[in-house]
Design a protein around this ligand. Structure first.
Ligand code: SF4
Length: 346
């Protein structure tokens, strides 16, 4: 790993302006009303790869149902998955449930207070550990997320951003040093960086005129804000063909819990079957596309008589259609039901 050092500094006046800007402009989000590590942890896990507006209602429902880490730890995973349905990245949910049991059983129900200790918990990586330790326990530990990386790339005038290990390490050291000199709550500083990236120093339509730290920003001084960071080539999402079976019986639909599958593990889905098998006994209804972050699903829906579906896909359950929201299932199941359960032709 090549060593990188960041010579750029930030003045006490700029940090103070950043703090004042954050106090005056921060969005009133429900997880900002608390410094309870359990609540902050849940919000941070939900916010990974997911937009703030989407997370708010999930977070509120989750907190009503599982207000403490003990409540979450003793819940059945199916009930936790049901509340997570539609939020995506379901492995987060499974790991979170596992972590809650770890905290209750191995840490007497109390989250550790330092990032180094938090890293030992299942499913908690460097970002989440530092977010919890700084917001809840005042540890001077800087966090790096996508928003912070973009602000820093511009602030430091680095078109390539902070991509490789050496660059990220240098940025981490810089942020930690700034956090130790910051006069105020270290959690507020981290949130201020992230808020700046989410609302002012955005990928497009950057509002440098409203930025509290524009005086020392290299990209702003050089007039190159729009070209930093350089766009990165993203991998195209992988195309996946799914053949799913729809069978209904007296207001119920047949679903299978995915216990071993890589995709949708732990969730209930319409049975997924081989094309060869289903083409012998099923009637093809049509197909639709559903896009996940890393996958494009091409979902082919087949009708199968209720009496045949159990031999085609054993170990399923007949679930009342109006109770679907009680179980964890991916969003494409709702879409398939909405489009194909009525008897309209496609
Ligand atoms: S001055 Fe502009 S580019 Fe620099 S940090 Fe502020 S908003 Fe971002």
């Amino acid at each position: 790993m090549s060593i990188v050092s960041l010579s750029h500094t930030i003045s006490a006046d700029e940090l103070s302006a950043l703090k004042d800007w954050f106090v005056a402009n921060r969005r009133p989000l429900p997880w900002r009303e608390t410094r309870d590590p359990y609540r902050v942890w849940v919000s941070e896990i939900m916010l990974q790869q997911t937009q703030v507006v989407k997370v708010i209602s999930y977070y509120e429902r989750f907190m009503q149902r599982f207000p403490t880490v003990q409540d979450l730890a003793k819940a059945h995973i199916d009930d936790v998955m049901a509340l997570w349905s539609g939020l995506g990245y379901y492995s987060r949910c499974r790991l979170m449930h596992h972590c809650s049991q770890f905290v209750v059983e191995r840490c007497d129900g109390a989250f550790p207070s330092t990032a180094a200790e938090l890293l030992h918990l299942p499913g908690i990586g460097p970002y989440t550990a530092r977010a919890i330790s700084s917001i809840c326990f005042r540890e001077s530990a800087g966090v790096i997320d996508g928003n912070v990386k973009r602000v820093m790339a511009r602030r430091h005038g680095r078109p390539s951003g902070f991509v490789n290990g050496g660059e990220k390490q240098a940025l981490q050291i810089w942020l930690d040093q700034v956090a130790t000199t910051f006069v105020g709550h270290p959690g507020d500083l981290n949130e201020a960086w992230m808020e700046l990236g989410a609302t002012i120093c955005t990928p497009k339509k950057v509002q440098c005129g409203d930025c509290p730290i524009s005086d020392g920003c290299e990209a702003y001084k050089q007039g190159v804000v729009d070209s930093i960071p350089k766009p990165r080539l993203r991998k195209a999402p992988k195309q996946v063909e799914l053949h799913v079976v729809m069978a209904r019986r007296m207001g119920h639909i047949y679903l299978v819990k995915q216990v071993a599958a890589q995709l949708f593990k732990g969730l209930y889905t319409l049975p997924m079957v081989d094309l060869e098998r289903i083409s012998r006994s099923g009637e093809r209804r049509g197909h639709f596309r559903h896009v996940l972050t890393h996958r494009k699903l091409d979902i082919h829906v087949w009708n199968v008589p209720a009496r045949e579906v159990e031999s085609l896909a054993p170990d399923g359950v007949w679930m009342m259609l109006d109770r679907l929201s009680d179980i964890g299932h991916p969003r494409w199941v709702d879409i398939a039901c909405a489009r194909f359960l009525d008897d309209k032709p496609l």
